[in-house]
Structures are given as C-alpha cells and as structure tokens.
Design a protein around this ligand. Structure first.
Ligand code: NAP
Ligand code: G4F
Length: 328
C-alpha cells in the first residue's frame, strides 16, 4: 500500500488532498500542531480513515522521528504560514515556518530515506511584480512580501536537494485556488461568507482593500490532483498550475452578490486598512507544461467556483441561524 504523509493536513489543500489520496487507496498520515483548541473542522469526516501525528515544521527532531515512524512513500509539504498580510506583521515566524520549515522536512527525508518522493507547495506569489504575462516556469521571481520571499527560499531548496542529493523533489507553483473550505481571511471566502450574511440580514457592509487586484483563481479540488500527478511522473520537476484566466476582486464581488440577487456596489466599502505595504497587482499563469507532461487540466470555471462558494456559505449561514434559534 502506498503511504502518504501530509503536513498542513488541517488546511484547505490538506483536506482536499487527504480525501483524494484516500480515494486512490493510500494510507494517509497527517502532521498536526498541538493547539488549545482542535483545528480539525475541515477533516472532521476523515478522522477515522487517516492517522494524525503531532509535529511542527519548527521542530527538526520531531520531523525526523515522524518520517522514521510513518515510513511514507510520498511526502506532501503543505504546511506554511500562508496568509500574506500576517507575513508583514510576523516576518520572522513566516521565515522560520514557510522558508526554513522546507529545509527541515527535506533534511528529515535525506536522513531517513532518500527514496521518499517530495512535493513542495510553492506559490505564484513568488512572481510578485511580474516580469511577463502569463507567468511560466521560466519567468524570473520578484516576490513582494515576506511570504513570497519565504516561498522562494523553499522553492530553491527543493530544487537544490533534487540537484545535490538526487531526491525526487518536485515543486508545484500553484496559482490562487479557492473552495468552500478556504479560510475566511482570504479575499474570496471573505466575500462569499459576507454575501451569505448580508443576504440573511446578519451583516450590512463588506470592507475590502484593493479591488483592482487581479488573480488567476481556480478550484482547490482540481489543484490537489496536480500535486499527486507530479509525484507519479518519471522524473521530478517544477510545474505551474493555473487556469490561465484572470479576474479582479471587483469581478469576484459582482458575481458573488449577483448570485443572491444583490448589487455589490451597495454593500462593498473600500477600507485602506486592508491595503498591503506592497501588493501583487496581477497574476495569470501558463500551465501548458503541466497540461502536456502531466495531463492535468482544471475542471471548475471561475463562475462555477464563485457560485459554489456562495451557495455553500448560504447553507452554512442558514445552519448557523437555525442553531442559534434552537439555543435561544
Ligand atoms: P492553509 O489553509 O492556510 O493551511 C496551512 C496549514 O499549515 C494548516 O494545516 C496549518 O495548521 C499548517 N501549519 C501552519 N504553521 C505550521 C507549523 N509551524 N507546523 C506545522 N503545520 C503548520 O493553506 P492552504 O491554502 O491549504 O495552502 C496549502 C499550501 O499551499 C501552503 O503552503 C500555501 O502557502 C501554499 N499555497 C496555497 C495557495 C492557495 O491559493 N491556497 C497557492 C499557492 C501555494 P493549523 O490548522 O494548525 O493552523
Ligand atoms: O485572497 P488573498 O489574501 O490571497 P493572496 O495574497 O493572493 O495569497 C494567496 O494566494 C497565494 C498564491 O498566489 C498563496 F500562495 C497564498 O498562500 C494565499 O493563499 O488576496 C488576494 C488579493 C490581494 O491582492 C489583496 O490585496 O485580494 C486583495 N484584497 C482586496 N481586499 C484582499 C482584500 N485580500 C484580503 N485577504 N482581504 C481583503 O479585504
């Protein structure tokens, strides 16, 4: 049986990847951080099918012991401090986790078993102030946040361990991917959740930052397949994973509010507090290498994604209202 170890299994992508690998017949192990509350909401329906182990990307010895104990055939490193604004407030923590954490897990693999296949969750944030459009594997990086800089370090360490120690280490340069499981601090879910609350008279306005920012948004469920395909290839490599279509935050708002028959302009307020010291104004990826070499392609369109997120949040908010009424 193939054995997978996922760091960041409690996050958006971790939940989708765990489900995907279980369906492929994998034995799935996940590394989780100890906290005073349980962060298992996204994987609540999987806990009897997967094995969870305590660990942290900050702790080298714990990582070594975990890889030794699980003996995975594939490691997916999804754990990170992944929210860009937090990386401006906590640049050192972000560097420790999102940058050096990659070296720690690579070191654990190099120490325990160099036959383990490794996936690194790299990011389109590395392209930052883009040199060309669309961005591809050969586009130079110009990161615009401590998060982007940290991801760039992790990316090059993955390449370096592949070249230095012949590890099967691949890096997926994934463009923004969203879902109903996305954290509510990221702009798409912030919008879809607010739309559902406004439609149910629980909120009166939505405060956002840069409405002109453009992103190449795809569906997380499609993107975890690309991660897996990279580790099934004959050789390790780096791949851009993207839809090739970009849209503004403003367009996302318009479509999301239209889904519940509301006019976004009546509710969205621009608030400078949500502007970043330096922003990535536009991202649009060319994933032809992944399409050609891995046979990957996105299935969910931008409009379907927006509708899926709003519809799920409408259900969630209605359930929250019902629960509150029952408890009153
Ligand atoms: P996410 O929802 O923010 O999940 C991050 C995960 O990392 C959580 O499970 C979190 O655990 C864990 N984590 C944070 N710090 C840790 C530490 N010190 N040790 C161990 N685990 C730690 O992120 P996501 O959207 O699923 O993204 C997955 C990965 O892809 C991340 O590396 C992200 O940077 C990268 N990425 C994401 C996108 C995107 O659009 N979603 C695009 C490109 C790249 P807790 O639950 O305990 O907080
Ligand atoms: O949703 P966001 O916070 O995502 P961002 O910064 O693009 O980062 C996400 O995608 C990366 C891939 O490129 C990942 F690596 C990273 O881990 C994360 O998943 O912001 C998107 C855009 C930004 O330009 C931001 O300025 O939306 C703009 N925006 C406008 N108003 C806002 C808001 N972003 C947030 N979070 N909140 C706002 O109110």
């Amino acid at each position: 049986m193939r054995v997978a170890l996922i760091t960041g299994i409690t996050g958006q992508d971790g939940a989708y990847l765990a489900k995907f690998l279980l369906a492929k017949g994998y034995q799935v192990h996940g590394m989780v951080r100890r906290g005073s509350t349980l962060p298992f909401e996204r994987i609540a329906d999987l806990t009897d099918k997967i094995e969870l182990h305590q660990g942290d990307l900050l702790d080298q010895m714990a990582l070594n012991r975990l890889v030794e104990k699980v003996q995975p055939s594939e490691v997916y490193n999804l754990a990170a401090q992944s929210f860009v604004p937090t990386s401006f407030d906590q640049p050192i923590l972000t560097g420790e986790v999102t940058a050096l954490g990659v070296t720690r897990i690579l070191e654990a693999i190099r120490t325990v078993n160099t036959n383990i296949r490794f996936y690194q969750a790299s990011s389109s944030e590395m392209f930052g102030k883009v040199y060309e459009e669309p961005q591809r594997e050969t586009t130079p990086f110009w990161p615009r946040s401590p998060y982007g800089v940290s991801k760039m370090y992790g990316h090059w360490m993955t390449v370096n361990y592949r070249e230095s120690y012949n590890l099967f280490a691949s890096s997926g340069i994934l463009f923004n991917h969203e879902s109903p499981l996305r954290g509510t601090e990221f702009v798409t879910r912030k919008i879809s959740y607010a739309v559902a609350k406004i439609a149910n008279s629980l909120q009166s306005e939505l405060r956002l930052g840069n409405l002109d920012a453009e992103r190449d948004w795809g569906f997380a469920g499609d993107y975890v397949e690309a991660m897996w395909l990279m580790l099934q290839a004959d050789t390790p490599d780096d791949y851009v994973v993207a839809t090739g279509q970009k849209h503004t935050v403003r367009e996302f708002c318009r479509l999301a509010f239209e889904r519940v028959n509301l006019d976004w302009e009546k509710y969205v307020v621009v608030d400078k507090r949500f502007y970043r010291p330096a922003d990535v104004n536009t991202l649009c990826g060319d994933s032809s290498k992944a399409r050609k070499e891995l046979g990957w392609e996105p299935k969910v369109s931008f409009e379907q994604l927006v509708h899926m997120m709003v519809d799920e949040d409408m259900k969630r908010v209605k359930a929250e209202i019902k629960l509150a009424e029952e408890q009153a």
